[in-house]
Design a protein around this ligand. Structure first.
Ligand code: DSN
Length: 429
């Protein structure tokens, strides 16, 4: 098969599926064109107007524009805040903060991965196995949600911070569906002499439009990825208080990366231009409404939605009252073209490969134009699929596929999913 054919097949597949992965989206044609533009042909090592190679006048203009757009999107005063737009991913963005302000073995206190945190926040397994490079270099420990309501207990985090005396406190990650109290965390950080990094990779687009509280008033550093609710290409932004600007810039280049992906930066700048429009504001408000509707409809159908709902675009479900685990549930749903991901939940007795949960969200379906009525239909389709085929226990992938293929009703549900998605094209031309 040729590359062109694989890309064409992927477009068809994206069109027919109902994508509910909360960390993905569909970029605009403008972003696609920018990422596929001639900006890819240039090495631009260094910073805007301070490059190592000749011939960078347009790259300088672009990077400067992207930075200004980033500051404007989050209403930041350029005398107080700076931003670097070169980090290729969120993990590199986070490493750049550690590289700028920490020494090896310094202590980090972050959200546990099982409680919604991220690998790059120093993650290591409960048995001590150091999974992430950040845990090999730094001395990390983790805070958890309360077993009572699966929300953070900030008094408990404060106690932990006083015991651990970290140099850096981090919030955010991948799967905490509720509002994080940025103010309280910054106060805790200050009280123990730590810096505070708010990672809003998931919520960035919501924060840009006041649909999720902003950490900027409180944090020393704010990192985010650009491909999730911000609806840009893969990439990341590192915001810092002005005094850290040089440290962050040199931490990314030459500290962690070589030449930046200028075509990605063109795509990020395009997405940031779009994020400042009325259309985007309408979009992101709908993302929130859709998430509330979808969560409520799933609760009504007996799904164990962690914390009973969401304050953002993402929903986390303990699926063990419906299927043996999140892996099996996600595989069955994939058979009907409903695409979401298995996910660990707080206090999960399972593992990341066989977790108890699934995670879903509304950024992609909202980009396609779906609203509350479609969220009800989606909840019904998820319920119907998981009722139609229930695995007895954990089961190997090929065996599961064989079993699913025998069930003709599964194919009827898949047709319903495909009929729905056909009404909401990703790209109109
Ligand atoms: N892969 C991202 C997510 O799905 O949340 C985190 O890195």
């Amino acid at each position: 098969m040729k590359v062109k054919e694989i890309i064409e097949n992927e477009l068809k597949y994206q069109q027919q599926q109902l994508k509910l992965i909360p960390s993905e989206n569909y970029v605009s044609k403008g972003v696609l064109n920018a990422v596929g533009s001639v900006m890819i042909n240039k090495y631009a090592e260094g910073q805007a107007f301070k490059r190592y190679y000749q011939g960078n006048k347009n790259m300088d203009m672009l990077e400067e524009l992207c930075k200004n757009l980033a500051l404007q999107t989050f209403n930041l005063d350029p005398d107080k805040w700076a931003v670097n737009v070169q980090a290729v991913t969120g993990s590199v963005a986070n490493l750049s903060v550690y590289n700028a302000i920490l020494n090896p073995q310094d202590k980090i206190l972050a959200m546990s991965l099982f409680h919604g945190g991220h690998l790059s926040h120093g993650w290591k397994l409960p048995n001590g196995k150091k999974i992430s490079f950040s845990s090999k270099v730094f001395n990390s420990s983790f805070y958890m949600v309360s077993p009572k309501d699966y929300r953070f207990d900030y008094d408990q985090i404060e106690k932990q911070a006083q015991e651990e005396k970290p140099a850096l406190i981090i919030s955010g990650g991948t799967a905490y569906p509720r509002q994080i109290d940025f103010k309280r965390l910054s106060e805790i950080a200050k009280s123990v002499g730590a810096k505070y990094l708010a990672d809003i990779a998931h919520e960035a687009g919501l924060v840009a439009n006041g649909q999720y509280d902003s950490p900027f008033e409180y944090a020393d550093f704010v990192t985010m990825t650009t491909r999730k609710t911000l609806r840009g290409p893969i990439g990341a932004l590192v915001f810092c208080r002005k005094e850290y600007e040089d440290a962050i810039d040199s931490s990314i280049f030459p500290g962690l990366q070589g030449g930046p992906m200028m075509n990605s930066i063109a795509g990020i700048a395009t997405a940031l231009e779009e994020a400042q429009t009325k259309d985007f504001e309408t979009y992101i408000k709908q993302v929130r409404k859709n998430a509330d509707t979808l969560a409520a409809s799933l609760v009504k159908r007996g799904f164990n939605v962690i914390t009973g709902g969401t304050d953002s675009h993402l929903i986390l479900i303990d699926i063990t009252n419906k299927q043996p685990n999140g892996y099996v549930a996600a595989e069955i749903l994939e058979a009907v073209d409903i695409i979401l991901n298995k996910n660990t939940i707080p206090f999960d007795p399972g593992s990341p490969w066989r977790p108890s949960g699934i995670r879903l969200g509304t950024p992609s379906v909202t980009t396609r134009g779906m609203k509350e009525a479609e969220m009800e239909v989606i909840a019904e389709l998820i319920e119907k699929t998981l009722k139609e085929f229930t695995a007895d226990g954990d089961i190997k992938k090929f065996q599961l596929k064989k079993e699913i293929n025998k069930n003709r009703h599964i194919f009827e549900i898949k047709k319903e999913v495909n009929d729905l998605t056909q009404k909401f094209p990703i790209y109109n031309d």
